[in-house]
Design a binder for this molecule. Structure first.
Ligand code: SAH
Length: 349
């Protein structure tokens, strides 16, 4: 075990933060043994707040129309090969009905930035779900909007909002996005969401093109300052019809290591083991749990549209019914001594 990495892991465990230089050093240089040590402490922290419980979120990918052109993303507007779809109001409600029956108490509405879903339509969907399922949380993940729009959606009943900051470094941000998208606006959105009262989730891809250990260190500093309730991270995975088709994917090892670091940086954070992590390794989500994650977000979208929501290639479970995904995940979690609970799964303080 390398002396300095172990020292830094102990320091992070004790103080819940490191300097930018220390984060960068730890991320850049550690052994497998160091990583195992980090995971053991991350698991201890996780258990202090959440025991062996696993929170589930039903993910409803309700539109893949998108006005943005993010270089990494398979549903970017320039991808002519993406077959576009939108779920109807009734289809969305029926996903929720199915999900409720399967024990989901959080519904995540995720989509591209689709102008069809203006405030009026989206508020109607949110308030209808909240009216029918008052014991459930509604999470939105529909990208950058105005503060007024976020407020209207919050007033309609939305509880949480996921908006990955993607990278805290402005130069790196510019290499992943077209110039009409700015890191300042992304961060403005997150600040507004938090000020309005949402439970907020930020996050980033691990191993995205051009990412350095210093970039990841900046992500940790940004996260520590924002203090979100959730942090969503997963490996970058190339999608064949994007400009990043030939870039290397992020690795399992680095994603797990970052999960452990995030758990020690915000001990009570809601931390999903993402579908992307399950996509790069058959036991990715299980390993994510063992590295400090406490949430999984199985798909509730209708099977007919699942393989059209392709942010990246080889996405998991695109052919499975929601009930099958739910059963499969339960078995996977049971096998490693964790249990899925029927609960809204709010952040513990
Ligand atoms: N449009 C919404 C939500 C959909 S994209 C938004 O912008 O927030 C959800 C997340 O998927 C993105 O934040 C990004 O981090 C991730 N993602 C996109 N393309 C990816 C890829 N090729 N590999 C891994 N993750 C990807």
């Amino acid at each position: 075990m390398s002396e300095s990495a172990r020292f830094l892991i102990d320091k992070l465990y004790g103080e819940t933060s490191l300097s930018r230089e220390e984060y960068a050093q730890l991320i850049a240089a550690h052994t497998n043994e160091d990583a195992e040590y980090l995971f053991s402490l991350a698991l201890r922290r996780r258990e202090e707040f959440y025991g062996r419980d696993v929170y589930i979120r039903g993910l409803i990918e309700f539109t893949n129309y998108c006005k943005n052109d993010c270089l990494y993303c398979g549903i970017r507007r320039s991808n002519r090969k993406a077959e576009r779809y939108r779920l109807t109001f009734d289809e969305i409600m029926s996903c929720c009905e199915q999900g409720y029956g399967l024990g989901f108490r959080t519904f995540v509405l995720q989509g591209g930035e689709d102008a069809y879903f203006n405030d009026e339509r989206l508020c109607n969907i949110v308030s209808s779900i909240k009216k029918k399922y008052p014991d459930c949380a509604v999470t939105l993940s529909v990208g950058e909007r105005s503060r007024e729009s976020y407020k209207a959606l919050y007033d309609a009943g939305a509880d949480r909002y996921l908006l990955r900051h993607e990278t805290a470094d402005n130069g790196h941000y510019a290499r992943l996005h077209p110039k009409e998208l700015s890191p300042e606006n992304r961060k403005r959105c997150l600040a507004d969401l938090k000020a309005i009262g949402y439970q907020v989730g930020c996050g980033f891809m691990v191993g995205s093109p051009y990412q350095t250990a210093e970039n990841l260190a900046d992500d940790m500093i940004y996260i520590k300052q924002l203090m979100p309730h959730m942090v969503g991270i997963g490996p970058f995975i190339p999608q064949k019809d994007t400009p990043f088709a030939d870039k290397a994917a992020g690795t399992l090892e680095q994603t797990l290591f970052m999960l452990g670091i995030i758990r020690l940086t915000i001990p009570n954070v809601l931390l999903p083991a993402t579908t992307a992590l399950g996509t790069i390794h058959p036991l990715g989500r299980e390993k994510g749990m063992m590295a400090g994650a406490n949430v999984v977000m199985p798909n509730l979208s209708p099977v007919a549209v699942r393989d059209k929501y392709k942010l990246y290639d080889n996405k998991l479970c695109t052919g499975d019914e929601a009930a099958e995904c739910r059963r499969c995940l339960q078995a996977r979690m049971d096998r490693i001594g964790f249990h899925i609970v029927t609960d809204r799964g709010d952040c513990k303080r």
